[in-house]
Design a protein around this ligand. Structure first.
Ligand SMILES: [Zn+2]
Ligand SMILES: [Zn+2]
Length: 259
């Protein structure tokens, strides 16, 4: 199984990642990817950028070094009008909105019911496309069936996160739960993506551990959203209109691209 898109990458703007958007794109091209989503951490994460960083992502080219760039975020659940740590006025301008739980963002109590309730609010926001690393049961426990059923009903992608299976990951101790989420998502018909969660350019597109899990559980390639750039864009545009993808993001032209 070979995936040509990676929907979860971080630039040094995240505060604890170490490559630029251009470096991520060059690395993506080298490993044969057609598309990456740049998903820096939302403002609630320590060291993450403020709202203005996400608002001004429109200045990034839609293609860098021949790779289609989705300008996105990995936001955090929050007690706000949008249910997230970015307002809807910004979210609706992004190409791709991922949301996940992270330390020191207000959910460190390991309260399964509260976390699940917060995530249901997140998924009720039509701007939200993907939930990252849902199997982080050690730090942010969730009611699996409730989350998976809601994701299936709303067409929200559940991620099978490669970094979760790295021995150095803070999520490694509960990575069996990431597998259980993928199995349940598969059974329930929820969209699934397999992503690197790269925090350095050499990790972009490397999802070997997660793909091994996908094969073990019998996850068919056609069930994975990020097979190709085309499969990603078809999924996203079927969910809601995207100003950048519809108008500024005509990637065949290469307009605005950096050679
Ligand atoms: Zn994350
Ligand atoms: Zn991440």
């Amino acid at each position: 199984m070979r995936l040509l898109a990676d929907l979860h990458t971080h630039t040094l703007a995240s505060g604890h990642a170490y490559s630029t958007a251009t470096e991520l794109s060059v690395a993506a091209r080298r490993v044969g990817l057609e598309l990456i989503a740049i998903t820096d951490h939302g403002p609630a994460c320590p060291g993450a950028p403020e709202q203005w960083y996400f608002w001004n992502l429109k200045v990034l080219p839609s293609i860098i070094d021949g790779v289609r760039i989705l300008k996105g975020c990995e936001a955090n659940p929050a007690d706000s009008a949008s249910g997230i740590d970015l307002p809807d006025t910004i979210l609706e301008q992004l190409d791709f909105v991922a949301v996940g739980f992270h330390p020191e963002t207000g959910f460190d109590q390991r309260d399964r019911a509260r976390n699940t309730e917060a995530l249901l609010r997140v998924m009720a926001n039509p701007n939200v496309d993907m939930i990252t690393h849902p199997g982080n049961d050690h730090e942010f426990p969730l009611e699996l069936a409730t989350v998976v059923d809601e994701a299936a009903a709303r067409g929200v992608i559940l991620e099978l996160n490669d970094h979760t299976f790295a021995p150095t990951s803070c999520r490694a101790s509960s990575n069996h739960r990431e597998r259980e989420f993928a199995e349940a998502a598969m059974a329930a018909g929820a969209p699934i993506a397999v992503n690197s969660d790269a925090h350095f350019a050499n990790q972009v597109g490397h999802c070997e551990a997660a793909l091994a899990v996908a094969e073990e559980i019998g996850l068919a390639e056609e069930r994975i959203v990020n097979r190709t750039a085309e499969s990603v864009l078809a999924h996203l545009l079927a969910r809601r209109a995207r100003p950048r993808l519809d108008h500024g993001g005509v990637w065949e032209t290469g307009a605005g691209g950096v050679a």
